[in-house]
Design a protein around this ligand. Structure first.
Ligand code: SAM
Ligand code: SF4
Length: 266
């Protein structure tokens, strides 16, 4: 499918929860956030139905994100349901990695192809400061589990303040090189200020070639991370929400006061 600027849209990012076991400083306040109520959260059947429809129209790349996708109850079953849809060439997940020791093999067996794991520092103290409740050793074990389970290629997401020559970023880069992982440096953004920039080592932030749509955990279809335009699949139905999201996908992003990374998934 093509949007009104003739960009081919083939990538759907699905946020499956707004909950998280970390409280990264750039993403969530320490006390957490007001959570979506349970009945607002899409069921697995609703997520799969929308995805199937989107795939029938040309989506062939799907990423599961959050909040932290691995805290969603039954996540392995959802992965299996999505993997069973004919036409998805690339099924991936973005995760903070802490729960991968528990889930990596099951995710692989359910049909997940690969993972992006967020890793901002290699120093335990720094890692705990940034994530507030995260433990570096657990995440490193999670990375090992993903590697052993074959969730490859593993890509590391590293949020940077200024540039990729910062101490923490250099340490993550050295780790990635040693282990043969790719690393993407993401500038810390503020969606409300419209301060967004391109991702070093990734495709994000280039509006001209943007191929994405996003589905929030409560069923809003968002054509752009940096805009508040969104269409409820429950209110409009999947077909109409998809059509409107395509038709009204902005040429480039500006600002978003309604989106936060924990509710739209990055
Ligand atoms: N919880 C999972 C994780 O952290 O990988 C998935 C969801 S998280 C919102 C997705 C990505 O968004 C992570 O790589 C995270 O580092 C990034 N992110 C969160 N807040 C950000 C911000 N303010 N600026 C840039 N990236 C951000
Ligand atoms: Fe949680 Fe990911 Fe946000 Fe960190 S970036 S608080 S791990 S959702």
């Amino acid at each position: 499918m093509y949007d009104s600027f003739n960009r081919k849209i083939n990538y759907l990012r699905i946020s499956v929860t707004d909950r998280c076991n970390f409280r990264c400083t750039y993403c969530m306040p320490e006390e957490g956030v007001p959570l979506m109520s349970h009945h607002d959260i899409l069921s697995f059947d609703e997520i799969v139905e929308l995805t199937r429809l989107a795939v029938s129209k040309g989506i062939d790349k799907v990423r599961i994100t959050g909040g932290e996708p691995l805290v969603r109850k039954g996540i392995v079953s959802l992965v299996k349901m999505l993997a069973d849809i004919d036409g998805i060439k690339d099924l991936s997940m973005t995760t903070n990695g802490a729960l991968l020791p528990k889930f990596a093999y099951d995710l692989k067996n359910a049909g997940l192809n690969r993972v992006n794991i967020s890793l901002d520092a290699m120093d335990s103290q720094r890692f705990s400061e940034i994530t507030r409740s995260g433990n570096l050793d657990e995440v490193l074990k999670g990375i090992d589990s993903a590697d052993e389970a074959g969730l490859l290629p593993i890509k590391l997401n590293c949020v940077i303040k200024e540039n990729s020559l910062e101490k923490d970023a250099l340490a993550v880069k050295a780790f990635a090189e040693k282990r043969g992982f790719q690393v993407r440096f993401i500038h810390e953004m503020s969606l409300a200020d419209g301060s967004f920039s391109v991702v070093e080592g990734g495709e994000g932030g280039h509006c001209g070639i943007c191929n994405r749509l996003r589905l929030s955990a409560d069923g809003q279809l968002f054509p752009c991370l940096f805009s508040d335009i969104g269409y409820s699949i429950r209110e409009l139905g999947g077909e109409e929400a998809l059509n409107l999201a395509l038709k009204n996908k902005p040429k480039s992003g500006t600002t978003s006061v309604g989106h936060e990374f924990y509710n739209i998934g990055g």
